[in-house]
Design a protein around this ligand. Structure first.
Ligand code: MN
Ligand code: MN
Length: 289
């Protein structure tokens, strides 16, 4: 008998919940931090919304159009949300890094749910400490490389990450960009939203694979990469983005890349309608797995 998907507590895909080191390959964690937002706050509630929406995805097994059961290939556990004191972004940063270090040192792969996009910076630090500099595969409406911003800023992390030597700029690519970024020395390849929307998904996938080649990758998905029609529940929406179908096809097409860590960020349920955004985020996260 299938259990009701609306019962509490929610974990991602009904994965077992744990607080100590789990017997799992991939560990889900939520990072309810949104003190670095420039626009509308609210992404602190993203992890719970994504978990709850994932209840809609567990009955389709094996998932269409996969020809295998996820559970046969990967053991997944949900660690719940990372604890940190409110109003202290540096202490939150330290807590995220300590949490990630513990998991990565134990050989786990992380799939993290933001939170605003700033949380990717402490995650990247620990992933680069473990694996060395990484190719960044970044889905977003914004490049988040603005170098006139502040320390705790969801628009500047990849500027800081470059300065800290965490990334391989020649193998890094940003997908879905549709805000201004042009300044001399922008370090990453940009596949902007109008190009991505013109091309067949397989062309986009080919181009991403060409750029990344065989380098180790950190995959970060800011949900505002999707058009606001597909992801209204986010802090800084920008019209003209990807459909959830296109994004799903692209993520599915990344099979075989050497992905070392993943996150989905910027889901802000207070601006969502009918769980459109959290369902899209949960679906993309499932495809990443
Ligand atoms: Mn964005
Ligand atoms: Mn972003």
């Amino acid at each position: 008998m299938t259990l009701a998907i609306y019962r509490n507590p929610f974990t991602f895909l009904e994965a077992p919940w744990y607080r100590d080191l789990p017997d799992a390959d991939v560990v889900i964690s939520g990072i309810p931090f949104d003190l670095a937002t420039s626009g509308r706050a609210g992404a602190r509630s993203g992890p719970g919304a994504i978990r709850q929406a994932s209840g809609n995805l567990v009955w389709d097994s094996p998932r269409w159009p996969w020809d295998f059961e996820l559970g046969e290939r990967l053991k997944i556990a949900d660690a719940g949300d990372i604890d940190f004191p409110y109003g202290e972004p540096q202490l939150a940063t330290d807590a995220i890094q300590a949490f990630a270090r513990n998991l990565l040192d134990a050989g786990k792969t992380m799939l993290s749910f933001g939170g605003d996009h700033y949380v990717t910076l402490p995650l990247l630090r620990e992933h680069a400490r473990k694996h060395g500099p990484l190719a960044l595969l970044h889905f977003d409406a914004h490049t988040d490389t603005y170098h006139d911003g502040t320390t705790f800023d969801h628009g500047c992390m990849f500027h800081h990450a470059m300065n800290e030597g965490l990334l391989l700029p020649g193998h890094s690519v940003q997908v879905g960009i549709r805000t201004t970024y042009t300044y001399a020395g922008h370090p990453f390849t940009v596949l902007d939203a109008s190009w991505v929307n013109e091309m067949p998904a397989r062309k986009v996938i080919e181009r991403i694979r060409e750029i990344i080649a065989d380098q180790p990758v950190y995959l970060t998905f800011d949900i505002d990469c999707l058009d606001p029609a597909f992801a209204p529940g986010t802090g800084t929406p920008v019209a003209g983005g990807l459909t959830s179908d296109r994004a799903t096809q692209i993520i599915r097409g990344l099979k075989g890349l050497d992905i070392r860590g993943m996150d989905v960020v910027e889901v802000a349920p207070a601006y969502d309608h009918a769980e459109i955004t959290s369902l899209a985020a949960a679906t993309l996260a499932l495809e990443m797995l």
